[in-house]
Design a protein. Sequence first.
Lengths: 392, 531
Amino acid sequence: MKKYIKIIFVITICIFIILNTASCKNAHELNRLAIVMGVAIDKSSDLNKIQTTVQVAKVSAIGKSSSNLGLSDISKSFINYKGNGYTLMEAITSINRKLNRRLFFPHNQIIIISKEAAEEGVGKYLDFFLRNRETRLLEWIVISDTDASKILDVKPDMESTTGRSIGELIKTEKDVTQVPTVDLKEFTQKLMSKSTSPVAAIVKIIKEDNKDMIMLTGTAVFNNDKMVGQLNKKESRGFLWGTGEMKGEIILVPEPKNKGMLSLQITKSSAKITPEIKGNKIYMNMKISEEGDVGEQTSNEDEANPDAFKEIQKSAEEAIKNEVMDALKKSKELNSDIFGFSDTIYQHYPKEWVKLESNWKQVYQDIIVNITVEAKLDRTGRITKPAMSKEK
Amino acid sequence: MFKFITRKLSYLMMKNEYKENNISEIIPSDSRLSSSLTENINTIKNILGQSSDIVFREFSFGLQNQMKAALVFIEGLSEQSLINETILKPFMYDISLKNMDSSLKNNIDIIEKSFLSVGNVKRTCLINDLIDSCLSGDTVLMIDGIPESILIYSKAWEGRGVEEPKTEAVVRGPREGFSENIAVNMSLIRRRIKSPDLIFKTLKIGSRTKTSVCIVYVKGIVNPKLIDEIYKRLNRINTDAILESGYIEQFIEDAPYSIFPTVGNTEKPDTSAAKILEGRACILVDGTPFALTVPMLFIEGFQSAEDYYTRPYFASLLRILRFTCFFISILSPATYVMLATFHQELIPTTLLFTMAAGREGVPFPAVIEAGLMMITFEILREAGVRLPRPVGQAVSIVGALVIGEAAVTAGLVGGLLVIVVALTAVSSFVLPAFTDVEGILRMFFLILAGSLGIFGVGLGTLFILAHVVSLRSFGTPYFAPLAPLTVKDLKDTFIRVPIWKMSTRPRTIGWHNMKRQNDNLKPEPPEDGQN
């Protein structure tokens, strides 16, 4: 009996300790949470202040719309709250004064930073997202051309909240790469590295049939944490080639003999950058290999033969090289090392890097990049020669 | 105060009165029959005569009907036609009996050897023996002048026949189930194992019920120590009534305070035969169709007779499914509660919206919500089992409406929780052996999840695992062959390998005679050229 009393005593003490350290205190019922789907950061009209807009999903409307009303009732499915403060945290906590629920960040999809704010440096905004336990590192970072809060006001057509809509838009973009997609983790990694420049996608509101729509337009280039410029569509593609992230996109090449055009569907691509230091000069050997299929052909020439393939491959290589050169040129103009040359040099020549580091900006301008592209045409799709082709 | 004393006194007096009337305690255990028939009849009448179902049939036979005899039997327990045709008729009509002389001392020998055309006959001179067998359906023949009686086996009473078992239904496999009659049950096992090594050992347990309890095992396969242990535990039982095998189970189990059963039970003779052949012992109890099997392992709850009758692929799939169902059944309400109150970040965003929309406007916290639904389900289940069949349908309709439709429409519970509880309920029926364990564990984990979140559930899982691993059933580790890990026995746990691959018996149960069959039994078509 004495033994049992001792055991029961020990168990009771354990239960008390557990209940006091790790329990109900942290419990928050689902219907007491405001689920944040997107955060927009703007510069406030009051110069030193930050204006933040938080998009909260209105779950009751979403639940109903999915069961009874379809997606017609979408206007009510989210609410945007604005807050001001000298720090992001202050701005966000100021929202809690008008919101009767607790802001819940883990499901946040995007961080939108206005161009204005980004040009002054994003480090101070991202600190909150990196430090806070509830936020994830998988939030997408986008830069808005206009006020960031306006992006969150756009009513999405397919999804229930703008945040999720943009999140899905970027996820799709990952497969149909035209613009680099960057999440908080990747962005921070580049920010923390020696002198690689982070990039981020740029979103824009466009009008189509009198309706606001969100579109990814280009790439914002940073120097440290300050946005310094943009890459246009072609340069963005060049950047993606150089980092080996290109996939699912097409390359347009002129047909070798005829006036038509060929769209090549990219199936695989990879890039490898190896540095080489010879005397004073730094060479970067960028090797890009690409594999693709014929996706479309506008003329009626029969291209399904080795000679034509060679020609097409050559022009594809040319096109890729062109795009990469453009991106390189732009990056040198902005003096931001978007391809991560500095990191590769540091990995291959750690001793030399120490000397180069102090003078990196100048060194970067002088780097000579040798681009070799290896394009491969694999298949012609379901048909070999075009339907109109009369040749036998 | 005075009232209280008088009440106590009258109670004591009643107690004394009752003691005087307690028949079985007055007869000394070694009292013998006397040679006078009337005296014997009077003794028995004193003991049994108060009951109206006892029949005393006095008759006479022999030369000039000078020999007096009496039959004592119980109406309804003994076969009337057997008494009429094979006992009374020869005595009254058989010419050689008619001529029997009362002076012969070995008359009883002659009668037993030459005139009783009944298979099972015993002789006794003890009154206690006589009463016992009379009460269990034998017919007692007493002859005047001889201080001995013949017990004639005439047990025959109305009982349920061999029917399909209600608890362990199969699609493929024998439909026979045990019945309430222990003799029938023994024959059902004997019919499956026609080996001289199959041993039945019968005991009588219960001072009043005198229930037959039979240990069944195959000599040479079973561990003899197991049988000794069963004997020891059964002999310890000193109670007045054994009405069902559950009584025996609770008296002999290893871990009486554990929620996990350490004694298995089955209603199917083929299952018990298979278990006996694996080296287990089976305990049959008169009056119940549920046979006990020992030792019981945890994984036995996941095995079904049909696993061995169907082909191995689907059987293995079902095994894995059952393990999944076990976890669904004990953990899904806890998981729901833990996600809804502590770890919303673990839910995929789209699902979170659905869950949150369902929780919107629900007046209770998720733990209470889930607890209420589970209690509702348990009530419905219990009502469904107990109620007479025609009413049962009404209960199920009301239940379906109440928990399925109305509760959600009224906003008392979220729609997702109804799905969770329904899934839990259905999964809990997949494992009949663990249905009650699952019910308790589910509540246990629900409380942990509601108070401590995923940490609590992890803690609870560890606690339960440590407990299960510490259990033993008749010397066998309960969690074998997983802990201690016996690799060769894994052939029959998560997957069930083909029958021709199972060449050894489970090592953890009977280490005695391991080999079951040859190793080269894989069926192969004849090679080309031969045949």
